[in-house]
Each structure stands twice: as structure tokens, then as C-alpha cells.
Design a protein around this ligand. Sequence first.
Ligand code: HEC
Length: 324
Amino acid sequence: MIASPLIELIAREHPAFVHIPLGLVAVLPLAMLASFNARHGRVLTGTSFFLAGIGWLASSLALFSGLVWGRQINLIAPSGYLPVVASEKQVLQRILQVHILAAVSGFLVGGVCVFLLWRVWRQNFSSDASSDHRHAGRRFWERGVGAPALLMAVIWLGCWGFSGKLGGIMVFGNEATNKAAAEADAAKRNDAEADLPIRALDYASLEPADTAPSRSKAHGDRWRRIWVTASGIDAYKAGKPLPPGAYAVMSTFTDDKGKPSTEPGPLYMKETKGDGTTAFAFYWPRVPEALQKDFGGDSVYWRSPDPKLATCLGCHEKGGAATK
Ligand code: HEC
């Protein structure tokens, strides 16, 4: 989408803009109801048409701004019109879907309402002033703007009122959205390694599995040392899979003319989780410039189930000793 300062403003101020059409449509049924009074029928029909017309036009700007905003904050895909709800936990996306559907329904019903009002207004215009007398003789639901238009206006307001209520929840939060946000926060706080592989970085506190660095073809031909938790070192030395809760870390150095250089390479980690499954981690905080394109950045931290670790699984099947 084109990013101009004006469009930015229109998008960001969506929660403010929507009050213009909403306010007009909120007073619309009152004007329409009053038009049933024979004495003011024509004037208030004109007023109703005016309110509905401006409200409807203003709402197209509100719909547009909502769409741009949703795309800017990545709730809606760049070329999409509705958010994708992938899991039950995405409370915000679910509310946004209903919010959009209610807003668009209101827009469609509003279009019909404006059309009905335009028809009555045009009839009034083309007939002469004495029609006010005939007006008085009409059946009640045919007076003023007419009952069908009034019904449309009430449904219109209902759709937008509902959409607005959901909009308010998304902006200010309610119990469900606040709970979901708090849960996501807590999950991140409980996951101490969300940003850094803290245990792998503390590899020197583990049991060394070897006494000197050796070279590993399997891991980028780097020089490496292997460190294993006390709970797993015996199994490791016996060539058995690590018991649940144990993990091994491989610290690496690049090669310098047949010897380990002083420049650290990536950290590799392999863990047998409590449930017996194997998890991997790969952490390289300083990727050399020449390799940055292959690794997709100047620093990488991948954890299972990141698909980029699929190659690890290829050699390390099922937590057993890796086959050479
Ligand atoms: C080409 C096969 C291969 C690939 C790919 C591979 N490994 Fe390994 N890995 C091995 C072998 C074989 C060993 C045994 C020691 C050695 O020869 O380096 C090993 C050892 C390890 C160790 C030391 C503990 C142990 O089980 O011996 C860790 C930790 C490790 N690998 C992590 C990883 C991670 C993380 C990845 C993915 C980023 C990975 N490996 C990719 C073959 C592989």
C-alpha cells in the first residue's frame, strides 16, 4: 500500500474517524421518526437524507482507514481484507473479523437506506407544496421517510453499534483480550531462553567430554569441544542417548591454518527433553560477513521446532548417537 503521510494519518486516526459516521447514523433514526409528523414531514425527510448521505460517505473513509491500519499493524495481510485466525488464542484477530463483518454489513444496509431516502426526497421535491395535504392522508407507515427506510436505519445503527463496541474492546481491551495478552507475557517471562540460549552459553559449567579441541566435518569443519550435563555424561561416554533432562553443548572455533583460531564460532546444543523428545539449538551471535547471506542475518538464534534446524535432525535421528 502507498505510504504517504496523509494515508498514515488516516490509518492511525481510524478510532477517531469512525465517530463521524457513527454520530450521524445515531441521530438519523430520530430525524426519520420525526418525519412521520405531518407538519415537518418534508423538511425532516430532507434532513434525514442529508444525515444518511454524509454518514454513508464518511463511513467509506472510515472503512478505508481501518483496512490500512489493520495492514500497517500486521493484523491483516498486505493484500488481504480480513485477518487470518490460525488458533483459538488469537482473540484479537477473532474480534477484528467480526468487527469488520459488522462494519461492512452496516455499510451495505446503509447504502439501501440512503437509496430509499433519496427516492422519497426526490418525490417530495418534484411534487408541489400542496402535497403536504396529501401526505397527511397517507397511511402511517407511508408518511415521512416511510417505515422501510426507518427499519433500514435501525439495522444500520445496530450493525455499527456492535462493530463500534468491538472496536472499543480492541483499542481499550476487555477481559478476554487482556487475559490473552497477559498469558503471552507470562509465557515469554517463563521462557527464560526466548532471546538467549542461557544454558548453552554457560557450557563451561558442564562436564567436558573431551580434553582437547578436535575438528568436526559434520559441523561446518569447525574446531569444537563438547560439554555435557553431569546427568548425561556417563551415557554420553557410553555412546547411549542422553537421559531426559540432560543436554550437550558443542562450543566451536574457526580453523586457523590447521589449528583452532581465537574466533569463536556458533554454539550447538542438543537436549533430551523431559518427555524424551530431542530439541536442538543453534546460536551464533556474530556471523562473519561472508556468511551472513546464507544465515539470513548478522546474528542467529534458532531453537526447535524452527524448520532451519531440520538438517540437525537429519543426522541426529531420535536422540540416538549421531551416525557418521
Ligand atoms: C552431517 C551430520 C550432522 C549434522 C547436519 C549435525 N550434526 Fe551434530 N553431530 C554429528 C555427529 C556425527 C556428532 C558426533 C560428534 C562429531 O563427530 O562431531 C554430532 C555431535 C553433536 C553434538 C555433541 C553431542 C553429541 O551428540 O555428540 C551436538 C550438541 C550437536 N551435534 C548439535 C548439532 C546441531 C544443533 C546441529 C544442527 C545445527 C547439528 N548437530 C547438525 C552429526 C551432525
